[in-house]
Design a protein around this ligand. Sequence first.
Ligand SMILES: [Fe+2]
Length: 339
Amino acid sequence: MFKSLFPVIFMLVSSLSFANEVNIYTSRHYDSDDQLYEDFRKETGIKINVISGNGNALLERLKSEGKNSPADIFFTVDAGNLWKIQKEGYFQSISSSKALSIVPINLRGPNNEWIAIAKRARVIFYNPKTVANEELADLSYEDLANKEWNDRVVIRSSNNIYNQSLVASLISAHGIKKTEEWAKGFVSNLARKPQGNDRSQIMAVANGIADLAIANSYYYGYMLSGKAGNNQVEAANKVKMFFPNQSNRGVHINISGLGVLKNATNIDNANRFIEFLLSREMQSSMVNNSFEYPVLADVSPHPHIASSGLDFVEDKMQVSEYGKFNSEAIKLMDRAGWK
Ligand SMILES: [Fe+2]
């Protein structure tokens, strides 16, 4: 009798522990995220199973798994990427009222399909030896199409989602025709054919290839931290970070964010994880590792980022606009000759 009950009890116990988990698909590539998952398990007893990989590969995986996908949460960067998952119908609306009360409405999907966990600004990096203060005064993205910047600007290629989202924001603000004119002028001002990642653009400014670059804010903190090697510390020390559009729309803001998947089975655990990430303590530890900006206003970013200023105007545009205009942005950049 006792013997025959053993497998039943074993199955019960293992199915209980099976329920106390949450499955996350993530394209974020921070080692520190592992610590975050472990902290969550210690605090809540909920185990996080992580599948990490390239965003597109994970989306393909979701598609092929269909209804049988074990994924509860999809965690990725850039509202343009979150939009793609939402458009395929893979997200459900986030039901944590706590999370929705914390994250500003412009940093969410149209029906709360996804929300921001951290923010990043797409800023200008300049060489203070070759760019005069008068040139920087009131400088906007729009100004970078003007003749005075001819042969002085670098940026990565148009196949990158960060650039697609920036151009989508310009389309949302100015319409397609004006943005296309801008893109043509901007491309004609490039000091070299688009190449490399965001950090390569900052390096190009440090090495005198260009006077200014557009890149994401957190790379500056990452380079200054020494995690990418001494030559990148030296390069970052030669450039300064500048927030454009301070007298009008504000600097372009994008997000790291996540959503709960439609076929999720661990929704309560998923909500607990989202609320955990939005706690003061976790916001602080996340931005100290990723060099992003926190979603919580009273948490400070890493000193390497804070030193460039905290009192700047952010574009309050709905970040979902970047997804809405993504395909128009890609076509427009192609027409403008943005490689
Ligand atoms: Fe990045």
